[in-house]
Design a protein around this ligand. Sequence first.
Ligand code: KG4
Ligand code: ZN
Length: 321
Amino acid sequence: MKLFGIETSCDETAAAVVEDGVKVLSNVIASSIDLHQATGGVVPEVAAREHLKQISPVVDKALADAGCQWSDIDAIAVTTHPGLVASLLVGINTAQALAYIHQKPLVEVNHIYGHIYANFLERETAPQFPLLVLTVSGGHNELMLMKGYHDFEKLGETLDDAAGEAFDKVARLLGLGYPGGPIISKLAAEGDPRAFDFPRPMLDQENRLNFSFSGLKSAVRREVENLKEADDQTIRDLAASFEYAAIETLVDKLVLAAEEYNPKEVHLAGGVSANRLLRKMAREKLADNLPLYWPVEQIFCTDNAAMIAGAAYWQIKRNSL
Ligand code: KG4
Ligand code: ZN
């Protein structure tokens, strides 16, 4: 089954063709990140206008790259929520029009589930359930137990900022640009993660699988304000200490959940799953015999439409059972 996916929930205009939830035949992404550098974050109106410009060429290229005609496509999948409303509407309207013109079923996909199914793209072996998945991106931060292809139990979530959002806000605080994750991660490699002692929040019993990053963000802000002027090495040390605190919090909760729920595998998903320290620390702290996965390609970590077409396939399979 070949599905055509469309994703426009934030600042990436994306379209893709995926076969049977696994084989990526095309994956086209036009990002408006450059336009958001000056503001240190996404301005919804700017993002939506860019989607309007990009959506037609991106759709055409995704079909052409896959070597397909519309007659080869079984259904059209689109992200309907969560996301920036004006941005989502561009994708939804496009998908509805394509479905109408080419007489295809339309599949509505939740963006967070898209990130989760990104781990099945181009994967060569069948997943073993139950599996534990940590979804960490700019907008989402969740721990889920996945008991089957479409059977989820939410174990924990953020009570305020998502981890990626914290990376973005700290980068803005340090005057480093957008998106913060890759920039902080790069600087952190040359900094001392023990230079500043930042808090690792929410380790009490009741919230042991929930997350909160606003306290950590405020602690960085206080430190920056106290410093008044910071040299390049201090910025690197701040980046490294923040990254270490944020990632250790994520991994410690992942390990707690793994010990409690005994999954057969553990998955990292979403933009922050591209983070090298997260992958390394998760591997080190999880039991040696517990398989750990993250998206096969870096491009499947951040927003893309292949994950939406992939998720739609498993949704259709579930509904046809
Ligand atoms: O999944 P995504 O593209 O969009 C949302 O659904 O939010 O994730 C984007 C987020 C941004 O906050 C970005 O700073 C973060 O993922 N990110 C990273 C890295 N690459 C992207 N965070 C930490 N380390 C990275 N290497
Ligand atoms: Zn996302």
